[in-house]
Design a protein around this ligand. Structure first.
Ligand code: UFG
Length: 328
């Protein structure tokens, strides 16, 4: 099957592209390289340097494709609250373009990288797909709106989709085939890796007075190779059943900020300086997934999402920076 990976040079996209290549798909990556990296492209995949806001180019890229994976969204929660226009344009207008191009080009299937951010403050844990959706930030709002667009194009145009609600994506390819580091990361594990490798001076821990055993926030970290497998299984499911799907992808395990930091200190052997900082607005104390639906419908089972493997694979990608870095 021919598949277009939109945003396939990015952190998650490159892992997804690798997964589909490994499964024998004919992969084309479409990316504007705004945060994606040439280093993340594979010689076996075709590459189109394009932007989802440029309709004609996107439509041409979709000609002859059966499926697309849609990962080309901005994702910085904090930034989305300050620059909603940027998120409206790329995430919402980009989606309208993408769906119109898909329907004109006769694309059958879309796998969408949605987010646990659609749920907002948890009403109960673990969060299953029946949990009310009530995003607390503009980024999460855009992801939820995209899901609604997908629902309408399914009904009206017959484009089947899988909306995958990722929890906290982390780790690097277990076989070490992806080496591009995210630029200016804001997420916990890459920030810890930068502190371990000397690319930044320390980790600021955002709050230690939450109602959790050690006072720091608990999240559900899911390895990016496990996420990538979820995409392939989801495409199999919607193609086989001719039916769309919305599922959580999470490890169903919670780790606190302190637990992540301690594992990172042990695995890297680096001191990783940290300091207590104030709470970051909008952080719920705990977020954990129920991934029962993905397990039951897709036969999906995370293999690499224990904290040790998450840190170990990340450190392999960052360690080469440790020798030649200076504090930024
Ligand atoms: N944290 C720190 N210091 C940092 C960065 C993060 O203490 O420098 C803490 C946060 O306060 C939070 C935890 O580490 O308690 C995880 O924070 P991340 O920023 O890594 O991730 P979030 O849980 O805020 O959000 C991530 C994605 C969202 C997604 C969500 C789903 O960024 O897109 O997971 O669970 F919606």
């Amino acid at each position: 099957m021919n598949i277009l990976i939109i945003g396939g040079a990015g952190y998650i996209g490159s892992h997804v592209a690798r997964e589909f290549l490994d499964r024998g798909y004919k992969v084309t990556v479409f990316d504007n390289l705004s945060s994606g990296l040439r280093e993340n492209l594979f010689p076996e995949a075709s590459f189109i340097h394009g932007d989802i806001l440029l309709y004609q180019k996107l439509k041409e890229a979709m000609e002859g494709q059966e499926a697309a994976v849609y990962l080309a969204a901005f994702k910085a929660v904090g930034e989305s609250m300050i620059k909603p226009e940027k998120y409206s344009l790329n995430n919402i207008t980009g989606t309208v373009n993408l769906l119109n191009a898909a329907s004109e080009a006769g694309l059958k299937y879309i796998i969408f990288s949605s987010s646990a951010a659609v749920y907002g403050e948890p009403a109960y844990l673990p969060i299953d797909e029946k949990h009310p959706v009530n995003p607390e930030n503009y980024y999460g709002f855009t992801k939820l709106e995209i899901e609604k667009f997908l629902g309408w194009y399914d009904r009206l145009k017959g484009i089947r989709y899988a909306s995958l609600r990722y929890f906290n994506a982390a780790g690097y390819d277990v076989k070490g085939r992806i080496t591009g580091l995210e630029q200016n990361p804001a997420n916990l594990i890459p920030v810890i890796m930068e502190a371990a490798s000397g690319m930044r001076s320390e980790l600021a821990i955002f709050g230690d007075d939450y109602d959790t055993p050690d006072g720091t926030c608990i999240r559900d970290y899911i390895h990016v190779n496990d996420l990538a497998t979820g995409h392939a299984l989801a495409l199999d499911y919607i193609a086989k059943n001719n039916k769309s799907l919305t599922v959580n992808l999470g490890s169903e395990t919670g780790s606190s900020v302190m637990e992540v930091l301690q594992t990172a200190r042990r695995v890297t052997g680096k001191p990783i300086p940290s300091r207590m900082a104030g709470r970051r607005p909008g952080d719920p104390a705990r977020l954990t997934a129920s991934a029962k639906l993905a397990r039951e419908l897709l036969g999906w089972q995370p293999q690499y999402s224990d904290m040790e493997t998450l840190i170990n694979t990340s450190w392999k990608a960052y360690a080469r920076e440790a020798g030649n870095s200076c504090t930024r």
